[in-house]
Design a protein around this ligand. Structure first.
Ligand SMILES: *Cc1c(COP(=O)(O)O)cnc(C)c1O
Length: 458
């Protein structure tokens, strides 16, 4: 263990300080409710200790700015730094939420401009920007679906259809909204089975939630027929647009027949995410749902405004022509990696993918698992892909390279993935004992999630 791997509390020495402030001239009252009975237990360290503490902590982390991050379904693309510059302009950050409307006209104009841009990109009429994440957007969208049916006096629609390949938030959001979820199966080619869908449709169906391309990275080719069928029974189509990346400038959910959608600005429109930072999940609606748009006020004011500014900066920087390249390059990169590795990793669905694809573990695992492969990747300086999701495959490895990676980076990743496949064959113990180079090896992930230790107890 290196000296500065110690906790900052362990570096503490009584009386050591990292600052010197002039003595306060104000006489503080010694009594009263706001006065601490004892001083706070803070580490007492010097300025260099503080600087080293935070710098070392930052180096124990991994982000898009440190290396390749092919986390499927999460679109960890590079976030241009100009977004940060614009989002931190004092003209925006110094506004108060309760400021009079006419004094923030510029910010309102930015929101309206983003609304128009996203409407043009998705084929929707208008957006609400209040939802602060993708799942929050799903809830908002389903509340709109409910309002739509209730507003028409249609009280019998209690079920929402969700494909078996859906993101886990879809059935969860439907349940939160009081809907019963009905699962529609996928065929062997990974697409929604229209024959399985038909008998599910009826006067009790509020709508269907779909992702297109779906969680396997495959474009649902039957979407037009599905839209006709669902609309035919009086239901609505909800589009989970968290992974809109491959469609940017190429196809529009509105043209496919979707009525309500959410986007993840923090995935597709380049806001740094992961680790639970602020997000934005704006919800767009088609003409028929538009009258209900302002009903669910699910968060205060205008949502996470600086995330919206980043999205607007990103869209304007790319422009109409270049935004089309985002989807195309994301798709090209995913297919390149898939084709380069399919002789080492099991590819359950072999058709052309969009922005991401799924392997089902190594072709010759030799006693190793997908977890072992993911852990070994860390030793080579790459973030692991999404693993054990989607649940359709037992050893799922879900890879999304994104459009911002160079061919050289992709080649380096491919080389390492091939090397790991060879290691599994020659010396599986190497994989079982990985990672060897990270500050923490293999924590008990269930306990870390269920019983996190978040504070220092002496
Ligand atoms: C990420 C994701 C979500 C959830 O978005 P959050 O912002 O994490 O709430 C929903 N659906 C899909 C397909 C996603 O990839």
């Amino acid at each position: 263990m290196k000296y500065y791997d110690k906790l900052i509390f362990e570096l503490s020495r009584p009386g050591r300080t990292g600052f010197s402030l002039p003595a306060s001239e104000r006489k503080m009252p010694r009594e009263g409710v706001l006065w601490r009975s004892e001083p706070p237990r803070l580490p007492e360290v010097s300025e260099p200790d503080v600087v080293r503490h935070y710098t070392n902590l930052s180096q124990m982390n991994f982000g898009v700015d440190t290396g390749f991050y092919p986390l499927g379904s999460c679109t960890m693309k590079y976030n241009p730094k100009i977004n940060e510059e614009i989002a931190s302009m004092p003209e925006f950050t110094c506004q108060h939420p309760l400021q009079p409307e006419q004094s923030v006209r510029g910010s309102r104009a930015a929101i309206d401009e983003l609304d128009r841009a996203l409407a043009a990109i998705t084929g929707m009429k208008h957006f609400t920007f209040r939802p602060c994440a993708g799942a929050h957007g799903e809830l908002t969208g389903l509340m709109l679906m409910k309002e739509y049916h209730l507003g028409r006096g249609d009280l019998a629609r209690t079920k929402v259809i969700v494909p078996d390949s859906a993101h886990g938030t879809n059935p969860a959001s439907a349940a939160c909204c009081g809907y019963e979820t009905v699962v529609v199966k996928s065929k062997a080619d990974g697409l929604v089975d229209v024959a399985d869908l038909k008998p599910l449709l009826g006067p009790d169906i509020a709508g269907i939630m779909m992702t297109n391309p779906n969680t396997l990275g495959l474009f649902e080719k039957d979407i037009k027929e599905i839209a006709e069928l669902v609309h035919g029974c009086g239901g609505l189509l909800y589009y989970d647009g968290a992974n809109m990346n491959p469609l940017l400038g190429v196809v529009r959910p509105g043209d496919m027949g979707f009525d309500i959608l959410h986007l993840n600005l923090h995935k597709t429109f380049s806001t740094p995410h992961g680790g639970g930072g602020p997000g934005s999940g704006p919800v767009g609606v088609s003409e028929r749902v538009l009258p209900y748009l302002n009903v669910p006020h699910v968060s205060g004011f205008h949502g996470n405004f600086t995330v919206m500014l980043r999205a607007l900066a990103y869209i304007l920087m790319l422009g109409r022509e270049n935004i089309r390249m985002v989807g195309k390059l994301a798709t090209l990169n995913a297919n390149y990696v898939k084709e380069s590795l399919k002789d080492c990793y099991k590819l359950p669905v072999s058709s052309v993918c969009k922005h991401e694809f799924v392997f089902d573990g190594l072709l010759e695992p030799n006693g190793t698992t997908t977890l072992d492969v993911a852990k070994r990747l860390l030793d080579y300086g790459f973030h692991a892909p999404t693993i054990y999701f989607p649940l359709l495959f037992h050893q799922a490895i879900m890879i999304e390279p994104t459009e911002t990676e160079s061919p050289e980076t992709l080649d380096a990743f491919i080389e390492v993935m091939r090397k790991i496949a060879a290691e599994a064959k020659a010396d599986p113990g190497l994989l079982h004992s990985a990672p060897r180079t990270t500050p923490i090896g293999r924590p008990d992930e269930t306990r870390a999630a269920r019983q996190p230790v978040l504070k220092y107890e002496a």
